[in-house]
Design a protein around this ligand. Structure first.
Ligand code: IPE
Ligand code: IPE
Ligand code: MG
Length: 256
């Protein structure tokens, strides 16, 4: 297998990484298996979520180091409300803890925090923590850490359609002008390039309502490792695998 070497970045500078070939610009991760990780260790499920949160920090560091521009992390789906109340309550407290523990370091590393998802249903304390993180990192122009929180792809497409219909009804938009680019502007991911690589941990091979529109031509990579065990080495394996894929986008050449 032909392997393209990675080059380490110098601290916060990005000038040394321009020559890394074929690194995915946008990596989206379905961080699954926190509960099973905990169970395997004889711990309660929430311990898996805590460890999973700490691992987000590790993987953000690695992504930055590898020259990735956007990291979208699936943290909570619109279907995860079906879980027991105490588990949901615990997960909703994690953004605050994450920010308390890691925001200063992330700011130092020039990371910009963004989110996708429906914020209406989030508890006030969760919204507050996330908004603070977004506000305090909004002028950073390094890696975008895009957290999918109360995110569901069908709901995202539905709200886009509702907005479009309203625009048409108020004569701001003509139906004939709605193309893929126009629709994409109404998605939560507006302004973000589509994911190049989707990683799912824990052995499941499904999307679970994640970025259905945006992953039309993404590459997929699955691992049996549970999310808290997904380390730098596993991440590099996924990246190296990606580097050797041939993306054709329906054509016949390997040109992007
Ligand atoms: C992923 O881990 C985190 C969330 C979905 C919030 P899980 O909690 O789904 O872990 P498993 O799949 O039960 O092991
Ligand atoms: C997907 O994991 C959602 C997140 C990782 C946040 P789930 O554990 O909710 O997915 P299913 O239920 O196994 O499909
Ligand atoms: Mg799961």
């Amino acid at each position: 297998m032909f392997k393209i070497p990675f080059f380490k970045k110098n601290k916060n500078k990005t000038d040394h990484i321009d020559h890394i070939e074929n690194v995915p610009e946008h990596v989206a991760i379905i961080m699954d298996g926190n509960g099973r990780w905990a169970k395997k260790k004889g711990l309660p499920r929430f311990a898996g979520h805590k460890q999973g949160m700490d691992n987000v920090r590790n993987i953000v560091r690695r992504a930055n180091n590898r020259g990735i521009k956007i990291l979208t992390m699936y943290a909570f789906s619109t279907e995860n409300w079906k879980r027991p109340r105490d588990e949901v309550d615990y997960i909703m407290k994690l953004p605050k803890e994450f920010i308390h523990n890691y925001l200063p370091e992330l700011i130092q590393e020039n990371v910009r925090i963004q989110t996708i998802g429906d914020f209406n249903l989030l508890p006030a304390h969760t919204k507050q923590a996330v908004n603070e993180a977004k506000e305090r990192t909004k002028s950073n122009d390094g890696l975008i850490l895009n957290i999918a929180l109360n995110y569901g792809s069908r709901g995202e497409i539905l709200q886009a359609v509702q907005q479009l219909v309203k625009e048409v009804e108020s004569d701001k938009l003509s139906p004939d002008t709605i193309d893929e680019q126009v629709l994409a502007k109404y998605l939560y991911t507006t302004g973000l390039k589509d994911p190049d690589l989707v990683i799912r941990t824990s052995g499941e091979q499904r999307l679970s309502n994640f970025l259905l529109w945006q992953v039309a031509y993404a590459e997929f990579w699955f691992t049996d490792k549970y999310w808290p065990d997904f380390d730098d080495e596993a991440f590099d394996k996924a990246l190296l695998d990606y580097q050797n894929r041939k993306r054709r986008f329906g054509g016949l050449t390997n040109k992007k």
